[in-house]
Design a protein around this ligand. Structure first.
Ligand code: TYD
Ligand code: MG
Length: 472
């Protein structure tokens, strides 16, 4: 009999090596290699079967009609939207997030909603005892929902339970890090275990047409623990995020084989669990104070829908040799770039000032389209010139100081108009193409950042009214 081989697996990227080393050759992480006993088989711990004779794989042409993918809708609008219109039978979903953010609550609510519509839904909790899950269900008013509940972490037992009786429509595993596969002797939560158990569940999902949701914990540095390895195996990867101290939570897809990635769903955590927020723009703007220098409203896109957010900047003279730059909700490197362009192309000096930038409400913006709103907020704060309260901003700034147009301008304008904004500053459209402008909305096109700074500075309060902050 072959001696079981020893191997060392990087717990950060999953790379396998035969010898221990302090640093992973593959991803460069330090001290991440852990010894795991070699599996006796191939992927997923299945023994390598001798290949006797295999029928050739069937090949077809690209052409041909395929039926529209059927969807399992939960009726929780935001959840269905983020899934791309509902769960897809036979697909695997990974939901990551910090501990305590509400992953179990969200999936219990989705499970109950789907079960009430008649499908068989099974919830396996490896983290909480049955009594705890029941208590939560009672608190959410879902105790009557026909969800089958199991507190089990052994893969084989889970698969056996799922194979018995009616084929489940939706299965939830809370969490993938607690599962273990008896064929491997490494501990639950290690890369081999997570990979093998996820593979087993995905195989079950594909073969039986069940939608499987795997809950995964996020480590300190933001990855779903251990498994990058799981991200490429599943069909959909979502993160459940939220700021501590804020009531609302954002469910965001980062990968979706059956719908748009980057879609967001917004929920509010309350006493009765997670409630949908149908109009996120309203929520993010609700805390907006009276017009203040340094506040600009950005018309952004999150996935397929437009969302308005307030960008707040504070520029204050710095007592420090190296002024402080602090950013919440945006990219620090991008802020440095906008500051450099303001300084080099528009003569706006900020090198003696501390700069603080905040996206109100705790949302994180990833689009370069926010450049223009950020620049407007910065200049407004520096000069003390208030920006009009009914104006939105969007556009990308290039290193030359030019303002470039961004996609989905029409959708952004519509959303702004819907929420009562009557003005928008944006880049000129390419080739002079006309934009469909909503009724009673005025567009100010802006070609360069220098234009914009001059325009904002023109509204600055007179020097006698306040402490002067020279533009250049
Ligand atoms: P939970 O779903 O257990 O988080 P996760 O599975 O991501 O670790 O959520 C726990 C948090 O949610 C906890 O801090 C309490 C809060 N919560 C409410 O505020 N209201 C509720 O109705 C429920 C069920 C939880
Ligand atoms: Mg949980």
């Amino acid at each position: 009999m072959a001696r079981p081989s020893k191997k060392f697996v990087c717990q950060s990227c999953g790379a396998v090596s035969t010898r221990w080393a302090g640093k992973c050759d593959s991803c460069g992480a330090w001290n991440s290699l852990a010894e795991e006993a070699g599996e006796t088989g191939g992927i997923g711990g299945r023994p390598n079967l001798k290949i006797v004779k295999t029928a050739p794989a069937g090949l077809v042409s690209l052409q041909g009609s395929s039926a529209e993918i059927p969807r399992i809708r939960s009726g929780i609008g935001e959840f269905d939207l983020v899934c791309g219109g509902g769960l897809v039978p036979g697909s695997a979903l990974l939901i990551g997030g910090d501990p305590g953010i509400g992953k179990s609550t969200l999936l219990l609510q989705a499970a109950a909603a789907i079960a009430k519509k008649g499908g068989r839904v099974v919830y396996f909790s490896g983290e909480e005892a049955v009594a705890q899950v029941r208590l939560r269900a009672a608190r959410l008013g879902l105790a009557g929902a026909p969800v089958e509940l199991g507190a089990e972490t052994d893969m084989a037992a889970i698969l056996a339970a799922l194979s018995e009786g009616e084929t489940p429509q939706f299965v939830i595993i809370d969490s993938i890090q607690t599962l273990w596969d008896g064929a491997l002797d490494s501990a639950p939560g290690t890369v081999s275990q997570v990979r093998a158990t996820a593979q087993g569940l995905i195989r079950f999902a594909k073969s039986r047409g069940t939608a499987v949701a795997l809950i995964g914990h996020v480590t300190k540095d933001g990855q779903i623990a251990g498994p990058r390895v799981v991200e490429h195996m599943v069909d959909t990867v979502m993160y459940f995020e939220g700021e501590r101290g804020h009531q609302y939570r954002i469910l965001r897809t980062v990968k979706n084989r059956f719908g748009p990635a980057d879609e967001i769903g917004v929920f509010e955590m309350g006493d009765g669990g997670l409630a949908e927020v149908k109009n996120p723009s309203q929520l993010f703007l609700s805390t907006r104070s009276e017009s203040q220098p340094g506040s600009a409203v950005y018309a952004g896109m999150e996935g397929t829908r437009p969302v308005l957010m307030e960008i707040q900047a504070l520029v204050a003279p710095s007592p420090l040799g190296t002024p402080r730059r602090a950013v919440v909700g945006w990219d620090g490197a991008r802020l440095a770039m906008v500051l450099a362009v303001l300084e080099a192309r528009c003569g706006v000096r900020m090198s003696g000032h501390d700069v603080y930038l905040n996206v109100a409400g705790g949302l994180r913006i990833n689009e370069p389209a926010a450049d223009l709103a950020v620049a407007a907020a910065l200049v407004s704060s520096l000069t003390g010139a208030e920006l009009p309260k009914d104006e939105v901003w969007f556009g990308e700034i290039s290193l030359s100081g030019a303002v470039r147009p961004v996609g989905h301008a029409a959708a952004r304008l519509r959303e702004a108009r819907k929420l009562g904004f009557e003005r928008a500053t944006l880049a000129a459209q390419p080739d002079g193409k006309a934009l469909p402008v909503p009724e009673r909305m005025r567009l100010d096109t802006c070609h360069s950042l220098a234009d914009l700074t001059a325009r904002i500075a023109a509204n600055a309060p007179r020097v006698n009214d306040r402490d002067p902050e020279p533009l250049s």
